[in-house]
Design a protein around this ligand. Sequence first.
Ligand SMILES: [Zn+2]
Length: 274
Amino acid sequence: MNNKVILVVLDGLNYQVARDCMGYLNGLLEQRHSNPNMRATLYPLMCELPSLSRPLYECILTGVRPVESGVVNNDVVRLSNHDSIFSLAKSQGKVTAAAAYHWVSELYNRAPYEPVRDRFTNDENLNIQHGCFYHWDHYPDEALFLDAEHLRRTYQPDLLLIHPMNIDDMGHKFGLDSRQYRNCARGVDIILSNYIEQWLNDGYQIVVTSDHGMNDDLSHGGILPQEREVPLFVIGDKFTHQECHVKQTELCGTICQLLNINHTKPYPQELLAL
Ligand SMILES: [Zn+2]
């Protein structure tokens, strides 16, 4: 059974930039009739509020909106109070892994993050059993994807989160409407093109999305469309690839369904061919 999932969260990637600049992912959308295993669909997603990273990691990974989770800004440093895709998967015998920013380790493994202890994590008792966490916003995306692929090949996780930070970093330095921000998205698209076919062949369903977008003030956090509109690419044969409306709060339940684990999270039935 192909019940494995790779979730790629490209931090700070605006919907329109994903649409305009990521030629490989857009190419997958256009080859619908060749290989059914590689079918891909792009849905627009409206992020929950505030459009900030840590609150939306929690939203994506637990299905709970920031005002309800209490993780309402980036300075709330504590473990999550909710079931997450990691805790649900781990407690039902699945293998979990993440190559991600250290705030993810703080939400689901241990808070506060201690780099010497937590940067490389291998502990069957933690929600994220195999982790490679980083705490530099400029940690190269190329290195982060290599970290993730190392985890994937070494531990064959059922659930792997891949979370690079450079797009967001370029947005904070140069803004949404900048060559640096767009070129960073193009760079991630090229990196993804080196991995996605192999991941599909190894039985993974793939979700590529973002926590929030970016604005021209070199920031995000509010309700501007460019801050809230993010992409949702779904790739694999467990998706219907039909038109439907997906909420950011439904990603957690969607991934639980793909993993075939018990959960009480909301998910959009019409997205999944299960
Ligand atoms: Zn940011």
